[in-house]
Design a protein around this ligand. Structure first.
Ligand SMILES: [Mg+2]
Length: 365
């Protein structure tokens, strides 16, 4: 089989009720769809979402169209590692970390989608599956425009939908506000539900230590992104000082950066992001490194691509997800949940094929 061409499509949706974390507001609603065509009529898909950075899809599109498409045209999609190496070399002048990895990841995911479709199996099974479902938590505890009532409602809606764990944003305001937010959800949901908190890099080391101790006392399951990702020594000291697991990874790129922070002892639960980490091929390597180090792994982000990957990684514990009503809008493959776990879709490939009516409704270029 040979790759014959690539098409990249920018989609934009209006975001009517933007949500915020400690430092950012998510008002972009942009997606890049990458389609890779083959001489056997099989088409692979990947989606690259941007909740912020409105020019994000256009930037990745240019990198794929002008720099990477010529490198992969004529390649056999079954040689994913060879293609990854080629793209790495081809982009190292401007890449190695950063937005080039979004492009490499999109191509890698679309290539694995082709492989799965060619073999008639979900990619998880081709990677060597270890489970057919993965526990999911709902990332719904944002800072909302309408404050407390909307915040609590999104969390109770998630539990009604079947989630047994929710993640809350913290760190925008005082520690007292964080405590109020955590207790509001704990008191509403009762025991038996897990609560994680995510500071989105808002703190310095002293403040992360001070707040982390309180989250620990409140029984929070993990403390995510306490500080900026480049503060690696601070993460090492924090992880050593606190019992609450420190979860980081969504802002790290490639197996090399993950290897570094794992080796340093900066993290308890690693959280690769499908776009930044570099796609399926890179994820499998990150999974192996983290398992050998005795760490747990959770995804940053949801959808069928992440489910396929997590179901093939032995030390994976959680899929991050929004409400499935939203997650299922764009793709042909629909995710479903049972007992707090998302089931591996039956669809051959990555489950990343985008609905044609969705493309038509939101296409801008
Ligand atoms: Mg996060």
């Amino acid at each position: 089989m040979k790759i014959t061409g690539v098409e990249t499509i920018v989609l934009r949706r209006e975001v009517k009720n933007p949500v915020s974390d400690s430092l950012h507001t998510y008002d972009a609603g942009c997606t890049l769809v990458t389609r890779i065509f083959t001489d056997e009529g099989i088409t692979g898909y990947a989606t690259t979402n941007f909740g912020r950075v409105k020019s994000g899809p256009d930037t990745v599109k240019i990198i794929i169209d002008r720099e990477m498409t010529p490198l992969i045209t004529g390649e056999d999609p079954f040689f994913a590692r060879r293609i990854r190496d080629k793209l790495w070399v081809g982009s190292e002048y401007f890449g190695t970390v950063g937005v080039a990895n979004f492009a490499i990841a999109a191509i890698d995911i679309a290539i694995w989608d082709i492989v799965g479709k060619a073999l008639g199996q979900p990619v998880c099974k081709i990677l060597g599956g270890c489970r057919d479902r993965i526990p999911a938590y709902a990332m719904v505890g944002w800072y909302y425009k309408n404050g407390e009532s909307e915040y609590v409602k999104h969390c109770t809606d998630a539990v009604e939908e079947g989630f047994r764990a929710v993640k809350l944003k913290v760190g925008r305001d005082s520690l007292e506000d964080d405590i109020r937010r955590i207790k509001a959800i704990r008191n509403t949901l009762g025991e038996g539900f897990r609560i994680m908190v995510d500071a989105n890099c808002a703190f310095d080391e002293t403040e992360a230590m001070r707040r982390g101790r309180v989250y620990e006392q409140l029984g929070v399951y993990w403390f995510e992104e306490p500080m900026q990702p480049y503060m690696r020594d601070s993460h090492v000291r924090l992880a050593a000082a606190l019992d609450i697991p420190i979860a980081i990874g969504e802002n790290y790129y490639t197996r090399h950066q993950f290897y570094d922070v794992i080796k340093m002892g900066a993290v308890d639960i690693i959280q690769p992001d499908n776009r930044r980490a570099g796609g399926v091929t890179e994820w499998m390597d990150i999974g192996a490194v983290s398992e050998a180090a005795g760490l747990k792994l959770a995804s940053h982000g949801g959808g069928p691509a992440n489910v396929n990957i997590l179901c093939a990684i032995p030390n994976a514990i959680y899929l991050e997800s929004g409400s499935l009503k939203n997650e299922n809008q764009m793709l042909v493959t629909q995710l479903s949940m049972k007992d707090g776990e998302i089931l591996l879709p039956d669809a051959p490939g990555m489950g990343t094929e985008v609905r044609e009516d969705f493309i038509k409704a939101h296409r801008v270029s």
